[in-house]
Design a protein around this ligand. Structure first.
Ligand code: P6P
Length: 292
C-alpha cells in the first residue's frame, strides 16, 4: 500500500504535510553522495554543522515553509522559530538530520518531525503526530497521527510502500546508554547496572533516531541522561525527544526524563534540552521508580 493511500481518512492539511515531508526526505536520501563535508558554521548548541545538516534544513524550510501548508517551523539548525504566510495553524518541530556526526562512517541517520497545531511550545502529548525517516540500507519512513505506528520503505520507483502497520514495541533486552559512564549521576549508574545485571545488551550508534528505531523494533531502552556537566543532558525536547517519544508511546512504549512522562513537559524555549529515557514501559517504570 502506498503512503498516500494509508493516510486517507486523516485531516487533509495534516496528510499534505506528511506527504510533503516524505517528498523532501526522498531528495535528502539522494544528497549524501555529494555533501560529505563539514561547514565552518555551528548551530545554537555549538555543534559544527555538516553540509548535509544545512542543506536538509534549507530544503525543509523552503519546501514546507514555501508550500503554504504550515504556519511555523522550529528547526534544530535555526536559532529562532520561523513563521510563514499561511492560513494553516500547523507548526513543525524538526531535526533535519539527526546523527549527522556519522556521515564519515556511513551509519544510519535520519530526519525527525513533530507536528503541532497553533505553536510548538506545548507538551508532546498535545502533538497531532510525528514522522521520522531513517537513511540506511533502506530509506524508511515511520509515522503516527494518533492511531498506531506505521512503517514504510522507499522502493525503486520512488514510492513509500507499507512494511508494518500498527507496530508494537519489542520485548528484547537492549539498551542504548548515552553519555560517558564516568560522568553518570548516582541514580543513573544504578539504573544502568540493574539493566546490565539483567542481561541487557548494548545497542548504541550515535544516532538517536536510528537507535530508537532499533528499540522500537527489538525492545529495551535508549537513554541520554542528565550527567555531571549537564544535568539536562544533551538531546533536545522539541526536535528529538518529544516526536520520537510520541511515536514510541503510540507503539505501547513510554518516554520519560527520569521523573515524569516526557510528553507532559511544557517546553520553555525551542532549544530546551532534556534527559531522555525512551523504550518499553518496564524499562521506563524502572527509572521513574528509582530513588534520586
Ligand atoms: P554523543 C547526534 O548528534 C545526537 O544528537 C543524537 O543523535 C545521538 O544520540 C547523540 O547526539 C550522540 O551523542 O555524545 O554520544 O556523541
Amino acid at each position: 500500500m502506498l503512503l498516500s493511500k494509508h493516510l486517507k481518512g486523516y485531516e487533509k492539511d495534516i496528510v499534505d504535510v506528511v506527504l510533503g515531508v516524505a517528498e523532501v526526505s526522498k531528495t535528502i536520501s539522494r544528497g549524501f553522495i555529494t555533501r560529505q563535508g563539514k561547514t565552518d558554521t555551528s548551530n545554537v548548541y555549538g555543534e559544527q554543522q555538516a553540509a548535509m545538516d544545512k542543506w536538509a534544513d534549507e530544503l525543509l524550510i523552503n519546501e514546507l515553509g514555501g508550500s503554504g501548508l504550515i504556519r511555523y517551523l522550529a528547526s534544530e539548525e535555526q536559532p529562532e522559530l520561523l513563521e510563514f504566510e499561511s492560513e494553516s495553524d500547523i507548526a513543525l518541530s524538526v531535526d533535519p538530520l539527526d546523527g549527522s556526526s556519522l556521515l564519515g562512517v556511513n551509519l544510519a541517520m535520519g530526519t525527525i518531525v513533530g507536528i503541532h497545531r497553533g505553536g510548538v511550545l506545548k507538551p508532546g502529548e498535545e502533538m497531532v503526530g510525528a514522522v521520522y525517516i531513517i537513511y540506511g540500507p533502506l530509506t524508511v519512513l515511520v509515522y503516527s497521527l494518533g492511531d498506531g505506528v506505521h512503517e514504510f520503505a522507499l522502493n525503486t520507483d520512488g514510492d513509500f510502500i507499507l512494511q508494518k502497520e500498527n507496530m508494537t514495541i519489542g520485548s528484547e533486552k537492549r539498551m542504548g546508554p548515552g553519555a560517558a559512564r564516568n560522568t553518570y549521576l548516582p541514580f543513573h549508574e544504578e539504573y544502568i547496572s540493574k539493566l546490565e545485571a539483567d542481561g541487557y545488551k548494548i545497542r548504541f550508534s550515535g544516532s538517536f533516531v536510528a537507535d530508537v528505531h532499533q528499540i522500537l523494533h527489538k525492545g529495551g531502552v535508549f537513554t541520554y541522561p542528565g550527567y555531571q556537566g549537564s544535568v539536562r543532558g544533551k538531546l533536545r525536547l522539541l526536535f528529538e525527544c518529544a516526536p520520537m517519544g510520541y511515536i514510541v508511546t503510540q507503539a505501547g512504549g513510554a518516554v520519560s526524563d527520569g521523573y515524569v512522562d516526557l510528553l507532559s513537559i511544557v517546553p520553555e524555549s525551542i532549544s530546551e534540552r532534556v534527559p531522555v529515557y525512551i523504550g518499553g514501559k518496564r524499562e521506563i517504570n524502572l527509572i521513574m521508580g528509582l530513588p534520586k
